[in-house]
Write a protein that binds this ligand. Structure first.
Ligand code: CP3
Length: 346
C-alpha cells in the first residue's frame, strides 16, 4: 500500500479499499461466481468442482459471468479455498452439497510434513486464467482470495465440514506444537497462493476465515492471529487486503491486528456499531443473504438500511454478510446492485 495513495483510483472498488471517496459505493457479492447463476450451471455441467478450477478458460468464463449479469464493481476469482491444498498433492475432494472432504485427516507431527510449500508451477492454470481475464475484465478489478489457516486447518483436521470444530480445538489444546506446525505450513501456502494471484494481476485479495467465529478471543489470539497475519503479510505492500469471518462480532478488533485494510462484517453486526469499534477501517458488508428471499420492497429497504448504517465508516464496500445462497434469484441481486449505484452516485 506504500505508493498506492498518491494516484486516485478510477475503480470505485479500489478507491473505497484505499479510504478514498469513490464515484459511487462499490458493490460485489461473496460467492457471486457460481452458485445460483443458470449460466454457471450450464458451464459446469460434466466437470467436478476441482476440474473446473484447474481449467483456465472455464475459470475465466465463470469469473466473468456475474460481472456481465450484475455490473458489480469487482470480480472474484473462481476457485476454492482447498485448491492450493489439492495442488500440493493432498487427497481432497469437494463433494456437492457437503463441501471439502479430506481422505486422510491431519492430526500428528508426521502429518505436518505432508504440507509442503506451494510452488507457482503447481498452479500454472491460475496464472493462465488470470492472464485470460486481464483482457476481458477491462477496468473491473479482480479480487484474489485464499482460505485462512484456521478455516483450512479445520477441514484438514476434522476430515470434512464440522459444526463444532472439536478435533481442531482438541489438537490446539493437547498438542499445540502440532497445531502451530499445521497452521504455519498453511499460512505459508495461503500466502503464496495470494502472492501468485497478485503477481498474475489480481488487484486486491480477500482472506476468508469463515469459521474463526467458533473460537474465543483468547484462543483466536493465541492459536490463529499470528498465522492469519503471516498469510496476509506477503501481499501487504502490493494490494489492499480484505479480512472476513462469520460470527466474529467478539473478534472484530483482534482480527484487525492482522493488518488488513478492509474488515468484512457479517450480517449479525450492524455496520454503525462496527464503524464505532473500527474507526480506522474500511468496512465491507453486510446485507443478510437471506433477505433476497423477501419481497422487493423489503429487500430494497434492507439495502438502504445497510447504506445508511455505513455512513459513519471510514469507507464502505457493499456486500452480503456471507455468501450468496444457492437458491438466490439472480434478478434480486441485480436489483440490489442498481439500488446501491443509484442511491450513492456522487
Ligand atoms: O466467491 C466466489 O464466487 C468465488 C469462488 C469461491 C468458491 N468458494 C467457489 C465454490 C469462493 C471465494 C469460495 C470460498 C470457500 N470455499 C469458503 C469460504 C467462504 C464461505 O462461504 O464461508 C469455504 C468455507 C469453502 C469450502 C467449500 N467449497 C464449501 C463449503 C463448498 C460448498 C459445497 C456445497 O456444494 O454445498 C464448496 C464448493 C464450492 N466452492 C462451490 C463453489 C461455486 C459449489 C460447487 C458446485 O457448484 O458444485
Amino acid at each position: 500500500m506504500s505508493n498506492a495513495a498518491a494516484v486516485p483510483s478510477a475503480s470505485p472498488f479500489l478507491a473505497a479499499c484505499r479510504g478514498e471517496a469513490p464515484s459511487h459505493t462499490p458493490v460485489w457479492f461473496m460467492r457471486q461466481a457460481g452458485r445460483s447463476l443458470p449460466e454457471y450451471k450450464k458451464a459446469r455441467a460434466g466437470t467436478t468442482m476441482l476440474e473446473a478450477c484447474s481449467t483456465p478458460e472455464l475459470v475465466a468464463e465463470i469469473t466473468m459471468q456475474p460481472v456481465r449479469r450484475y455490473g458489480v464493481d469487482a470480480a472474484i476469482f473462481f476457485s476454492d479455498i482447498v485448491v492450493p491444498i489439492a495442488a500440493i498433492g493432498v487427497d481432497v475432494q469437494i463433494v456437492p452439497g457437503t463441501g471439502p472432504v479430506v481422505a486422510e485427516p491431519f492430526r500428528t507431527e508426521a502429518d505436518v510434513k505432508r504440507l509442503r510449500n506451494l510452488d507457482p508451477c503447481d498452479v500454472t492454470y491460475i496464472t493462465e486464467a488470470i492472464g485470460l481475464l486481464g483482457k476481458e475484465l477491462g477496468d473491473t478489478p479482480l479480487i484474489g482470495f485464499a482460505g485462512a489457516p484456521f478455516t483450512l486447518a479445520s477441514y484438514l483436521i476434522e476430515g470434512g465440514p464440522s459444526r463444532d470444530h472439536a478435533k481442531t480445538k482438541a489438537l490446539m489444546k493437547s498438542r499445540p506444537e502440532v497445531w502451530h506446525g499445521i497452521a504455519s505450513r498453511l499460512a505459508a501456502i495461503c500466502g503464496e497462493f495470494l502472492r501468485i494471484q497478485v503477481e498474475a494481476g489480481a488487484k486486491a485479495v480477500q482472506l476468508f476465515d469463515s469459521w474463526a467465529g467458533a473460537l474465543s478471543e483468547a484462543d483466536y489470539r493465541r492459536f490463529v492471529l499470528p498465522h492469519s497475519t503471516a498469510a496476509l503479510a506477503g501481499v501487504a505492500q502490493s494490494v489492499p487486503r480484505i479480512h472476513f469471518g462469520v460470527g466474529t462480532g467478539h473478534l472484530l478488533e483482534a482480527m484487525t491486528e492482522t493488518g488488513a485494510e478492509v474488515s468484512g462484517i457479517d450480517f449479525r453486526i450492524p455496520l454503525d456499531q462496527a464503524a464505532k469499534r473500527l474507526p480506522d477501517k474500511v468496512l465491507q458488508g453486510n446485507l443478510d443473504p437471506a433477505v433476497v428471499f423477501a419481497d422487493d420492497a423489503a429487500l430494497l429497504a434492507e439495502t438502504d438500511a445497510v447504506l445508511e448504517a455505513a455512513k459513519g465508516a471510514k469507507g464502505h464496500i457493499f456486500n452480503l454478510g456471507h455468501g450468496v445462497l444457492p437458491d438466490t434469484d439472480p434478478a434480486k441481486l441485480k436489483l440490489v446492485v442498481d439500488r446501491v449505484h443509484e442511491a450513492t452516485a456522487r
